[in-house]
Design a protein around this ligand. Structure first.
Ligand code: TTP
Ligand code: CA
Ligand code: CA
Length: 516
């Protein structure tokens, strides 16, 4: 459920940085012959040439889209290079892309608080760096970085292309500007500098949004791509939101967004301005109502978290068309593979970063025989996570069976599964000096469970109990999202008034989007 956070008193400078056609760039770095060529990365699959998951901007110019399969992409762009995602255990192996993302994060984290938000994007809080720049070297030096910053897109400036750079340069160094605009100008220069370093050190281009809060920075980072940045001065927020379709907002991609449209006739974020806070609270509850009232005004107090590591680990696979799984044996075979990878990933997170995951969640997409568009979704199921491949595999299968039972509503009908994923979440740092836990988890065998000594100094959490049952602790219906956050283009959310209560923290992942 979206919650309105108190707004900070002081203006902040927040950036959202998103890599351009990320997997394609990683492949282009591996094989420079692909640079500048129409290229797409394809998910391992031989059905209709595999599903596209990343498309270069050259290929986009031919009309190639991520929703296409390889065969279709070839028909609209015969010269396209299709690169297969590396495969391990019969499924996509994203390690290459994950570590490329980490290279970028290391550079971006050098100027302030950095939150890794997905495999290819981060939020940065550049407030202190911008203040320091303003004190020491106000933005007026015509060096390379300034020239790059002068290519920024500043919302609200005249869009006359021939004058654009001149206008932006003037905006960046206005002496009579408001303090908060001056900070934003410094932010634009810092981001230009960071993007330059990313390019130099990794060969990757990225795009960015720079604003006074996370929400606005995220909304504009994908507005001008590739290799560009967009700045949102406070004075242009109202115009920007006035025409912004509600679905562009991360939390409004689902039922809440649909309800705004159907029940209140709200099409754009700006349309929300015609409702009082009371009315929105009455309709959607106190928290969501206030949150809606605030976003209509571009207000968002959400902090950038100091986190360079992923919030969860997920492994998934889709089984499109004829590949759909139709019996428990084949589901078990694939679940075992997914759990093996998940187990390796959480184990290495534990070894390298001293972090423990507490919750195991299973998501699936299913349909019933003779029911093409099943209304009922396969419910996501969670349970406390027990370390050790065998335990994770057993628990995941039990979660699947429990979900299937609910999905079928006691009918004895055929079914098919078109996507499966397992996620390890609620990850926390082991407090330093807690060696007993490490010893326990590493254990004498690889199937050691997370049996914590009673004297452990780990924060209390019911899922860390020394109990081995796998009764799902969250048995809620969870809508599998149809999209992941994609630079403002496609979103999903489950924040409707009713379902938000049922979904405390477990989010469904995009079946084709493999979480960090
Ligand atoms: P995105 O940032 O959504 O897209 P992108 O980086 O390919 O392109 P853009 O320039 O528009 O930002 O996703 C980052 C990577 O995540 C993408 O390169 C491939 C992967 N991905 C999937 O595997 N499946 C998906 O459905 C999506 C949306 C992304
Ligand atoms: Ca991207
Ligand atoms: Ca992204």
């Amino acid at each position: 459920m979206p919650v309105a956070r108190p707004e900070p008193q002081e203006p902040r400078v927040i950036a959202h940085v998103d890599m351009d056609c990320f997997y394609v760039q990683v492949e282009q770095r591996r094989n420079p012959a692909l640079r500048g060529q129409p290229t797409a990365v394809v998910q391992y699959n031989d059905w209709k040439g595999g599903g596209l998951i990343a498309v270069s901007y050259e290929a986009r110019a031919f009309g190639v889209k991520r929703s296409m399969r390889g065969d279709e992409a070839k028909s609209v762009c015969p010269g396209i290079n299709l690169v297969q995602v590396p495969v391990a255990r019969g499924k996509a192996d994203l390690n290459l892309y994950r570590s490329a993302g980490s290279e970028v994060v290391t550079i971006l984290a050098s100027k302030g608080k950095c939150e890794r938000a997905s495999i290819d994007e981060v939020y940065l809080d550049l407030t202190d760096a911008a203040k320091e720049m303003l004190l020491q070297a106000p933005p007026n030096s015509p060096d390379e970085i300034f020239m790059e910053a002068a290519k920024s897109n500043i919302l609200g400036l005249p869009s006359d292309a021939s004058e654009k750079e001149k206008n932006v340069r003037a905006w960046l160094c206005r002496v009579d500007a408001e303090y908060e605009d001056k900070l934003l100008a410094c932010g634009a220069i810092i981001v230009a500098q960071l993007r330059g370093r990313v390019l130099e050190e990794t060969q990757f281009t990225c795009s960015a949004g720079i604003a006074h809060n996370k929400m606005l920075a995220k909304l504009v980072s994908g507005m001008h791509k590739p290799a560009q940045q967009t700045v949102v001065p406070s004075s242009s927020v109202q115009d920007f939101l006035a025409s912004l379709p509600v679905k562009k907002m991360k939390q409004l991609g689902g039922k809440l967004g649909s309800s705004l449209k159907d029940d209140l006739g709200v099409e754009t974020i700006g349309d929300l301005l015609s409702f009082t806070e009371d009315k929105l609270q009455e309709q959607y509850g106190v928290n969501t109502g206030t949150w809606l009232w605030k976003i209509a005004r571009g207000i968002s107090g959400e902090e950038v978290e100091d986190r360079l590591l992923p919030k969860s680990h997920g492994c998934g696979k889709t089984f499109p068309g004829p590949k759909a799984l139709k019996n428990s044996t084949s589901v078990k075979g694939w679940l075992d593979q997914l759990c093996e990878e998940l187990s390796e990933r959480i184990q290495s997170d534990l070894n390298q970063n001293k972090r423990i995951a507490q919750t195991l969640t299973l998501h699936a997409r299913a349909s019933k025989e003779n029911e093409r568009d099943s209304v009922k979704k396969f419910p996501s199921k969670s349970c406390p996570l027990r370390y050790g491949i065998g335990k994770i595999q057993d628990d995941a299968m039990k979660l699947f069976e429990s979900g299937l039972h609910e999905f079928l509503e006691s009918q004895s009908t055929g079914w098919s599964i078109t996507s499966l994923s397992v996620t390890a979440s609620k990850i926390f740092d082991i407090p330093s000096g807690t060696s007993s836990i490490l010893r326990y988890i590493k254990g004498p065998s690889s199937a050691a469970s997370l049996d914590l000594p009673a004297s452990s100094s780990v924060p209390e959490d019911p899922s860390l109990d020394n109990q081995l049952n796998v009764t799902p602790i969250h048995g809620e219906q969870c809508e599998p999202s149809t999209s992941e956050k994609v630079d403002g283009k496609r979103y999903s959310a489950n924040e409707g008034k009713k379902i938000s209560k049922k979904l405390p923290e477990v989010k469904a992942s995009h079946p084709r989007f493999l979480i960090l």
